[in-house]
Structures are given as structure tokens and as C-alpha cells.
Design a protein around this ligand. Structure first.
Ligand code: UDP
Ligand code: MG
Length: 336
């Protein structure tokens, strides 16, 4: 398929944050699946500033299995950025991001690859069910997908996480998106290409606990909505109009009544309601402006997306060439 016999055909990208309990089992399953596939593969592990022994274990695995490569970020940047770093380092003709907690069953990679060979550029793994998640989580996830579906400019497939297979073309396209605010689900959808899905039942976490509490999920949702829709910004002009037009007529009525019938004092309640209601509406709209403005500021600063402390298993020229987002110019080194 590829001219170069030792070129990597398949890259599996794993972001890891405090996953020491899952690592051994993850590699056991992943490596046995990948060996079955008979492809030239690599596993790009991105340690996202873990506070436990994740990095030591990864390095140990790297020494035992050279296909396991390790990128160690300088701190915790969050899953979306860790994933972007992994995509920057991945060399494969196809790339599969996968969670370290085994919620994305590695066995599915075989099916993903089969579809890729049929000629699809993106093969999504769509969740048929979510085992072990509370109804609240399911309800909020549903509400989020419905909202973003309605207001986003590109259709974002529901019940699809980051687990998917992407052709090199798609990965290269993703790498050209320079934004700091990386709502990966949306970015994946934005680049398009020929897509298909396979379905699976999502199991619950193998070991450890999710770091996504509701506050984090809420911020994640706001990130998603603000990066893919201007509707929250625009809606205020319409709300303003809706309030202003009746207000104009009511004001005319009040003026006329005062002229014709004289001054009539009562009106404290309506005055209070109007002030509080409009004050609230204005604060909310200011908040929305702030959300966008903050993100513009974030982008304008133009800081590198992530910094790398060290990398294992990549030859240094490649590591240098591959850096799109991280600042090689800033003089960071890669230890191969
Ligand atoms: N993760 C990460 N950085 C973070 C949080 C999570 O790299 O700051 C990784 C984590 O190690 C796992 C994946 O992202 O491989 C998914 O995380 P988690 O299972 O906590 O999320 P959930 O499955 O609940 O969406
Ligand atoms: Mg998980």
C-alpha cells in the first residue's frame, strides 16, 4: 500500500491523565489487536501532566515495545490539547485516537480499519448505549447534542466521541486549524471528508475516575457552542428589538395618558419589574459577549498550544518537522 516498507500505516493516539492503573491492561489489549491486524503500527501516548506514575510506566513500556512512543507534555493541558499533540506526532497513514480507560474497546479498531480500506476517510465509532452513566449525565449529554445540532453551522454527529479512524488527509487538514480553543468533536466535523460510522456499546471506565465533573462539562459545552455558532451573540439584537418595540408603544401610551388625564403616581411594581428584567437581560448579554471576547483574547495572544518536556521514540528530525502547534522556534528540545 505504501512505497516505504517501514512507513507507519496505523497510529493509535492515546491521551493519558492519571491513568497508571489502566496502562498495563490497555497495552495488553491494544497490542494484541494491532498485532492481529498485520500492519505497521505505532502507539503515540501523550502524558497530559499526570500526577501519578503514568509517565514512568509509559517509558517502561516504550523500552519493552518500541512501537509505543511517548510524548510528555510540560503540564496538564486537558484532553483536547493532549489529543492535538498526539495527532501532531502521529505518522500513520491512518490515525485512531482512543481513550486510555478502555471505554473505547480496542477490538473495534479492526472494524474501523476494514471500513477505511473500503475507501472512507473518516470512520466514526458511534455509541449505541452508555453503560454505567447516570440518567443525569445521559440527559445533559442529550440536551447538549440537541442544542449544538440546532445552532452549529456544521452538523456535529451525536453520540460520537473522539474514538474514530482518520485518514492521513484528514489529520493533515486538522493540523492546519490553528485555533487554541480545540473543541475536537467540532473540528473533526468541520473538516468534512467522506465519513461513515460503526456502532458499539460503550462500556464504563476500567479503573480510576473520570475527571469530567459537571462544571468541566458545562465549560466544555460552552466551548463547543461558542466555537461553532454565533447565535448566542446575534440573538441579543432580536431580543432587544422584541423588548424595544412594545416599550415604544407603551411609552407613547404613558405620555398620552399623562397629557390627557394628568399625573397618576402608582406604578412602583411595573417600574421595578421592568428595571430588574431589563437589567438581568443586559447582564446576560454582557456575559455572552464576555465569553466570546475572552476567547478572542485567547486566540490573539497566539501562545503555542502546548509545550513538550520530552519525547521518546520519535527520531528528532521528524519530531521537529511534525511540530505545527508547539513552538519549536522557542527552543524546546526533543530527546529521542
Ligand atoms: N485525559 C487527558 N487530560 C485530561 C483529562 C483526561 O488526557 O485533563 C484523558 C484520559 O486519560 C482519558 C481520556 O482523556 O484517556 C478520557 O478521559 P475520561 O475518561 O476522564 O473522560 P470521559 O470518558 O469521562 O469522557
Ligand atoms: Mg472515560
Amino acid at each position: 500500500m505504501l512505497p516505504d516498507s517501514d512507513a507507519v500505516e496505523l497510529s493509535v493516539v492515546v491521551p493519558l491523565y492519571n491513568e497508571e492503573l489502566n496502562i498495563d491492561y490497555l497495552f495488553e489489549r491494544l497490542v494484541s489487536v494491532l498485532n492481529r491486524l498485520n500492519m505497521n503500527y505505532e502507539i503515540v501516548c501523550v502524558n497530559d501532566g499526570s500526577k501519578d506514575n503514568t509517565i514512568e510506566r509509559l517509558i517502561k513500556h516504550h523500552h519493552q515495545t518500541p512501537e509505543i512512543k511517548v510524548v510528555n507534555l510540560s503540564r496538564n493541558y486537558g484532553k483536547e490539547i493532549a489529543l492535538s499533540a498526539g495527532l501532531d506526532f502521529a505518522n500513520g497513514a491512518a490515525v485512531v485516537p482512543i481513550d486510555a480507560d478502555l471505554q473505547d474497546p480496542p477490538e473495534l479498531i479492526e472494524e474501523l480499519v476494514a471500513k477505511w480500506r473500503e475507501g472512507y476517510d473518516v470512520v466514526l465509532a458511534t455509541r449505541r448505549s452508555r453503560v454505567g452513566e447516570s440518567w443525569i449525565k445521559r440527559f445533559t449529554a442529550n440536551a447538549f447534542y440537541r442544542t449544538i445540532d440546532r445552532i452549529s453551522q456544521v452538523p456535529i454527529p451525536r453520540d460520537t466521541g473522539d474514538f474514530r479512524l482518520m485518514d492521513r488527509r484528514v489529520v493533515d487538514a486538522l493540523k492546519r486549524l490553528p485555533e487554541r480553543n480545540r473543541f475536537m468533536k467540532g473540528l473533526f466535523a468541520w473538516v468534512g471528508f467522506k465519513q461513515t460510522s460503526i456502532f458499539y456499546d460503550r462500556p464504563s471506565r476500567h479503573k480510576g475516575e473520570t475527571t469530567w465533573n459537571y462544571w468541566r462539562l458545562w465549560n466544555f459545552a460552552i466551548d463547543g457552542i461558542t466555537s461553532f455558532s454565533f447565535i448566542p451573540l446575534k440573538v441579543w439584537s432580536y431580543i432587544g428589538l422584541l423588548v424595544a418595540i412594545p416599550a415604544f408603544f407603551y411609552a407613547s401610551f404613558l405620555v398620552l395618558r399623562t397629557i390627557l388625564l394628568g399625573i397618576d403616581l402608582p406604578g412602583y411594581a411595573s417600574l421595578m419589574v421592568a428595571i430588574l428584567f431589563l437589567g438581568g437581560v443586559q447582564l446576560v448579554s454582557l456575559g455572552v459577549l464576555g465569553e466570546y471576547l475572552g476567547r478572542v483574547y485567547e486566540e490573539v495572544k497566539g501562545r503555542p498550544l502546548y509545550l513538550i518536556r520530552e519525547a521518546y521514540g520519535f527520531d528528532s528530525t521528524q519530531a521537529l518537522r511534525e511540530k505545527v502547534h508547539s513552538s519549536v522556534e522557542n527552543g524546546q528540545e526533543h530527546r529521542a
